[in-house]
Ligand binder design. Structure first.
Ligand code: BDR
Ligand code: CA
Length: 307
């Protein structure tokens, strides 16, 4: 199976990319960037910087710069204006690959067995599904960080950022029939890292480790202020680890997940129907708990991997 990482880096996206690439466990054929935590120019630049810092041979394709219907939604207050903790790393020497992310996804699915690891708003994936007939039959699976399992949001009272930033795109993806493993916000919140792991990250001596430790400081400060104790929250990392090793998911439930695209108060909510009393079939496996220490070890190993 070949993997494509669709992402809006983003500090936690960075941890997910580092782990997915440096673990060597996934055959990653490309990274596609999307608007999200910050604008597309920043997310693309950050993806290129990471690839460069890791010395990886993975092309980066630039994708959608805005959501399908609504205005752009960003999360710079958590990721910094540059999407990388306001560290303003030097411009990458690498450039994006030729072609649009959507076409890269389509071409890849035509030529290989492809799975997607999605870490940002689902605009690129929805556009690819809209553009290519039967793409939903060609993409084998999606592992995503997105949504909420119990309607506890981080961007609205009930909606998680990756869904809230493009609910129409998310609806297309959840309605596509592609098998989905969904890692929701509440599960990530239960798997924050404490001071010990934070110190281990700070001790990393690799190039990419030092850059990550610098960038994470910004989000550690914000998350610590929010939760009242020193913690590091790396939502997207959980999805990357679940793609590498499904055993990191300690508890999951099969459900029919629908995205609320209307709603006066609930736009962007992921409605988790575990009962399926109306005869619906499940379209997603929703991760309710993850093995935090296993995930921390996977990340630390990746961060310290020498080329
Ligand atoms: C998600 O939103 C973004 O801010 C993070 O990168 C993560 O993908 C968490 O809700
Ligand atoms: Ca993200």
């Amino acid at each position: 199976m070949k993997w494509i990482i669709d992402t809006d880096p983003g500090i936690d996206d960075a941890s997910a990319i580092i782990t997915a690439v440096n673990s060597g466990a996934l055959d990653i054929i490309g990274i596609t960037t999307v608007h999200g935590n910050v604008g597309l120019n920043h997310t693309t630049r950050n993806a290129l910087r990471l690839v460069e810092l890791m010395g990886a041979d993975v092309p980066v394709y630039q994708g959608a710069s805005r959501p399908i219907l609504q205005q752009r939604e960003h999360a710079a207050e958590y990721h910094g204006e540059d999407g990388f903790g306001n560290t303003f790393l030097p411009e990458p020497g690498l450039s994006p690959a030729d072609g649009h992310a959507v076409d890269f996804i389509i071409e890849s699915a035509r030529n290989h067995e492809v799975a997607l690891l999605t870490l940002g708003p689902l605009t690129n994936v929805a556009l690819a599904i809209a553009k290519e007939r039967d793409l939903e039959c060609q993409i084998k699976r999606i592992v995503m960080m997105a949504g909420t399992s119990r309607a506890r949001g981080n961007t609205s009272p009930v909606a998680e950022f990756n869904i809230f930033a493009d609910p129409e795109a998310a609806a297309v993806v959840f309605n596509s029939g592609i098998p989905i493993t969904m890692v929701p916000w509440e599960t990530c919140l239960d798997a924050v890292f404490g001071s010990e792991t934070i110190a281990q990250i700070r001790n990393s001596s690799t190039q990419v480790g030092r850059a990550f430790a610098q960038a994470m400081q910004y989000s550690v400060e914000r998350t610590t202020a929010y939760l009242g104790t020193e913690v590091l929250l790396l939502c997207d990392l959980l999805a990357a680890c679940a793609a590498i090793d499904p055993a990191v998911i300690a508890e999951q439930v099969q459900a029919k997940v629908t995205v609320e695209t209307g709603g006066q108060f609930s736009r962007g909510l992921t409605v988790i129907d575990e009962r399926m009393d109306d005869g619906s079939k499940p379209n997603a496996s929703v991760a309710l708990a993850c093995d935090r220490s296993k995930i921390a070890n996977m990340f630390l190993d990746a961060l310290n991997a020498k080329k």
